[in-house]
Design a protein around this ligand. Structure first.
Ligand SMILES: C[S@@+](CC[C@H](N)C(=O)[O-])C[C@H]1O[C@@H](n2cnc3c(N)ncnc32)[C@H](O)[C@@H]1O
Length: 243
């Protein structure tokens, strides 16, 4: 849906500038900048999330610059393939790759200690920024990293190759069974939180703990909220599953 809206916004921007060019002679760079501005405005009107704005603003000017550089055609295919393998489901609206800070791993390691956890899962584990330090620190804890994007999965798998207590699984976390973990960690986006809440409610064991970085579950009361002093001012929302 977001991809269709993005294409529509770009087309509206291009049509606006095309019409403008019929009556005004403007330099090509200005035309590209205007197309970006019109696309960004259209994107807002189509209610796309705000992080699309810089992409719309920069798309056509960047295309102009790249044309000017006269790069070989295969380099575009290579760049597109790498981006696809890293960001995978983002095109469908899935959460893209952002990394948790070391402060998050540190806070989670205190939580694992306190909870006396024996099984931990990171839903959408990226390159293992959280699972790797936890698996290293707690060899007795079974740590699982579920990640569906091929390149982050490969990196996480490679990084944890010497850690027998760490399993890296290339599958959607919507397919995993949350009933076997003591602590579940997620760093996603506001969009999937209601659906995640449903999954957690129906699968997680009583007394187990969900820790969500940055995004609360709408309508749920956290047992505790942990503000961290990292660069992103991350907040961890901890939800205890009721008996
Ligand atoms: C914001 S990043 C968090 C990465 C890691 N958990 C961390 O804290 O550093 C979200 C990750 O979730 C992955 N992801 C999104 N939807 C997913 C799904 N349905 N199944 C598995 N992974 C998913 C993305 O590919 C991305 O790597």
């Amino acid at each position: 849906m977001q991809l269709i809206k993005a294409l529509l916004a770009q087309s509206i921007g291009a049509a606006t500038v095309f019409l403008l060019l019929q009556v005004l002679a403007i330099p090509i760079l200005w035309a590209a900048l205007l197309q970006g501005a019109a696309s960004a405005l259209a994107s807002r009107l189509l209610r796309q999330p705000s992080w699309w704005i810089p992409m719309h603003l920069l798309f056509m000017p960047a295309a102009l610059v790249m044309l000017h550089l006269q790069l070989p055609a295969w380099s575009y295919l290579l760049a597109a393939s790498i981006l696809l393998l890293v960001f995978w489901g983002t095109i469908k609206g899935d959460v893209p790759l952002f990394l948790s800070s070391p402060a998050v791993s540190h806070a989670l390691s205190e939580i694992l200690d306190r909870e006396q956890a024996s099984a931990f899962i990171d839903l959408g584990a990226g390159i293992g920024s959280v699972t790797l330090p936890l698996a290293l620190r707690y060899p007795q804890v079974h740590v699982e990293a579920w990640e569906h994007a091929p390149i982050p999965w490969l990196v996480a798998r490679w990084r944890s190759r010497h850690l027998p207590n760490c399993r890296v699984i290339r599958q959607s976390f919507w397919d995993c069974d949350l009933s076997v973990y003591d602590v579940v960690y997620a760093f996603l986006s506001p969009f999937p939180m209601p659906q995640l809440g449903e999954k957690v409610r129906s699968e997680m064991r009583p007394a187990s703990l969900l820790v969500s970085s940055s995004f609360p579950i709408p309508g749920w009361e956290p047992e505790s909220v942990i503000p961290l002093e990292d660069r992103m001012h991350t907040t961890l929302y901890c939800y205890r599953i009721p008996s």
